[in-house]
Every structure is written in structure tokens, then in C-alpha cells.
Design a protein around this ligand. Structure first.
Ligand code: SAM
Length: 353
């Protein structure tokens, strides 16, 4: 965020269903009527400790920075609407421990502003790199941080929602179970499982863990940025993430707002799903790139960013992520004595595996 630039919002682009504004969204939000928005779907600048190019805010100042936005969100949201916020965690500078800023944000939104936590989601990105390298690959004292929190909030405990919109195919083991029958029995937890679980509903209800690689590499958006010498947005979310919530929480014709729009992935998904939408972004460079998303529908909608066949570990495993059970390599694992100082002294001999 550059304080010297003029951040008064101006209309940057318009489609049949949506509008993009360039400028400070805090200003723009003032022009949105009370109780008029069905969904705020957004990924704000994360409170990363190292200042990043797209205007991250220092973790400690994050709550103060967010308060006026929270006020505006509360005012514009309909009583039965939802506010979904994708937010990554961050490390405390110089030490291998985590900031609490995203949990504090959640608590602030609920306790200070009266939002309800409809449900917390976790977006697992299997393609995340093992960072920060110092703690993860050099000293080997932390594991890969590959999960973003997605807080689904609402003003009433009863926001409009249907999980029928986001059903998933059955896993192979569930299909097997349905074929061979399920014997009603008690689970180790003591929970009684009746035979109603053997009914074939043709699809399963998804969990609150969204497994989604962020591996866009040759999309129309990226090609357009390359060809036009535009810097692609460095922190884009994959279209499937907002699409999950837009499908589950809104109907066609509803009004969706993304106040931290970046490259306008939210707008692109809304356009496809025929929701009315408004995106606002403070960086003109990012919006120049976003135009790619609204140029040629044919090209955009056959694009890999809206394709659900993701590759995992080099093989296409029909859209299922398989996570190894933690114990698989425990026999024969490195049993070298743990460093008494918790890794404070850097062991330069330490190597990968
Ligand atoms: C994490 S990025 C969003 C990325 C987006 N979801 C995408 O997939 O392209 C957050 C964005 O918020 C923008 N931003 C930060 N402060 C803003 C403000 N006051 N008004 C409008 N945009 C702002 C940043 O420039 C950045 O592009």
C-alpha cells in the first residue's frame, strides 16, 4: 500500500454482472448500502512478518488495521449473509514460533463485532514449499506449513447455506462399502453407526478440509500477464476455493463483494456462476492483469485455473488426495538424540533425510 498514491476508488472495468474498482476499498465500502450484500468472499493481505510486495500489514498492527473494515463489512452484510475470509498464518521474526494474529482476528470479529463462526475451514495446499527454510529444511525443527485458515462468519447463527451444492464423489473405499454392504456396529469412539450409512446418496458431504493444490502455471491469466509485461499477482487463490463458498452460500443473482480482490479471481467465478459482484483493489498493476479474466469467455472457461483435474505427486489420481498415514516410515526413522537447545544452535552438518 503506497500512502502517496491517490486511493479514491474509480471504476476500472465493468461486465454484465460485475464491477471492478481501483482504489482503497475502505472508501468504496462507504458507497455500498446497508444490508445489501449476500457474501463477502475475500483473502486480505496476510499479516506476514516480512513485508511483501502486495501490501502486507505487520502482524501486531493487524487488528487495528482490520477494525474499520470489520465495521463496514458488518454494515453492508445482509442478516442471513456470510463473510468468508481466507487467511494464512505467519512466523514471529527470528524465532521458530507462530504469530497468533489470524486467531486473534477471528476472536475479535466474533467477540468485538458480534459475528458468529458458522464454521472454520482449513485449506490444505499440497503444493506448498517447505518454508521457512531455516526452521523446516535447515534446522529441521518444524514441519511444512501447508494450511490456510478459512473463517466462515455470519451475522446470524443461521446464514443461508446448502451443502448439497458442494457434494463430492464417493471415495473408492466408500464405493466398495456400498457395494459389499455395511455392518452396523459401534465405532472405537463408542458411537453407534446405524445401517443408514450404507444408503447410496450418489455423493458425499465434504469435510471442512479443502484439499486444493495452488499450481496454476499456464493459465490464460498467466499467459496474458506474460504477453503484456504485467506482473502476475503473487498471492492468488485457486478459483475452486471461492467457488466452493459462492456455490454453497449464494444463489444466482445474489450480490458478492471482494474488497481485497487482487487479480479478481472472485469476480471471475461470480461471472461464471451468474452472481452479481463487486471487486475492489488498490494496485492498478494487479487489476491490469485481472482484465484477462473478463476478455474472452471461451478461452477463460476452458482454462486450467477452472479445471478440476489436479495432478498430485506427478500422477493424476482422479481428484483424490491421498495423505500418507504418519506411521508409515516410523520404523528405522532417525533416532539421533534431540538437541537439548531445541535447534537454537545451527547444526551446519544437518542434511535432508
Ligand atoms: C491476498 S491478496 C488477494 C488475492 C486475490 N484473492 C487473488 O486471488 O488474486 C490481497 C490484496 O488486497 C489488496 N489490498 C490491500 N489493502 C487494500 C485496500 N485498502 N483496498 C483495496 N485493496 C487492498 C492488495 O493489494 C492485495 O492485492
Amino acid at each position: 500500500m503506497n500512502s502517496e498514491q491517490n486511493n479514491t476508488p474509480t471504476l476500472f472495468h465493468q461486465t454484465n454482472n460485475g464491477r471492478i474498482f481501483l482504489g482503497d476499498s475502505l472508501e468504496l465500502l462507504r458507497s455500498i448500502p446497508d444490508n445489501s450484500v449476500d457474501l463477502i468472499m475475500t483473502s486480505p493481505p496476510f499479516g506476514l512478518v516480512r513485508k511483501k510486495e502486495y501490501g502486507n500489514v505487520d502482524a501486531n498492527k493487524y487488528l487495528d488495521w482490520f477494525r474499520p473494515f470489520a465495521d463496514a463489512f458488518k454494515r453492508i452484510l445482509k442478516e442471513n449473509g456470510s463473510f468468508v475470509i481466507d487467511i494464512g498464518g505467519s512466523w514471529i521474526p527470528g524465532q521458530p514460533t507462530r504469530s497468533l494474529y489470524h486467531f486473534k482476528l477471528l476472536i475479535m470479529l466474533c467477540e468485538e463485532f458480534g459475528f458468529h463462526l458458522a464454521q472454520e475451514f482449513y485449506w490444505w495446499n499440497p503444493s506448498k514449499l517447505p518454508t521457512p527454510a531455516e526452521w523446516v529444511t535447515v534446522r529441521r525443527i518444524r514441519v511444512k506449513d501447508a494450511v490456510n485458515c478459512v473463517w466462515w462468519l455470519s451475522l446470524s447463527p443461521w446464514p443461508r447455506s446448502s451443502n448439497k451444492r458442494v457434494l463430492q464423489p464417493y471415495s473408492d473405499s466408500m464405493k466398495e462399502l456400498l457395494k459389499n454392504g455395511y455392518k452396523a456396529k459401534k465405532r472405537p469412539s463408542g458411537h453407534d453407526i446405524s445401517d443408514k450409512f450404507s444408503k447410496n446418496n450418489r455423493a458425499s458431504i465434504p469435510p471442512n478440509l479443502i484439499a486444493l493444490a495452488n499450481t496454476e502455471s499456464n493459465s490464460y491469466y498467466l499467459r496474458y500477464c506474460r504477453e503484456n509485461n504485467i506482473k502476475p499477482h503473487p498471492a492468488r487463490y485457486p478459483a475452486t476455493l471461492p467457488e466452493f463458498f459462492i456455490r454453497m452460500l449464494t444463489d444466482p443473482g445474489d450480490f458478492v463483494v471482494d474488497p481485497f480482490a487482487g487479480s479478481c479471481v472472485t469476480g471471475e467465478v461470480c461471472e461464471k456462476l451468474k452472481r452479481n459482484w463487486l471487486c475492489s483493489e488498490i494496485s492498478e498493476e494487479y487489476l491490469k492483469g485481472s482484465l484477462a479474466r473478463f476478455m474472452n469467455k471461451e478461452q477463460i472457461y476452458s482454462d486450467e485455473s477452472l479445471n478440476y483435474d489436479y495432478e498430485v505427486n506427478g500422477e493424476n489420481n482422479s481428484n483424490y488426495y491421498k495423505i500418507p498415514r504418519p506411521g508409515i516410515l516410523w520404523n528405522g526413522a532417525d533416532e539421533t538424540k534431540l538437541a537439548q537447545d531445541g535447534g537454537r544452535k545451527r547444526d551446519n552438518k544437518s542434511k535432508f533425510l
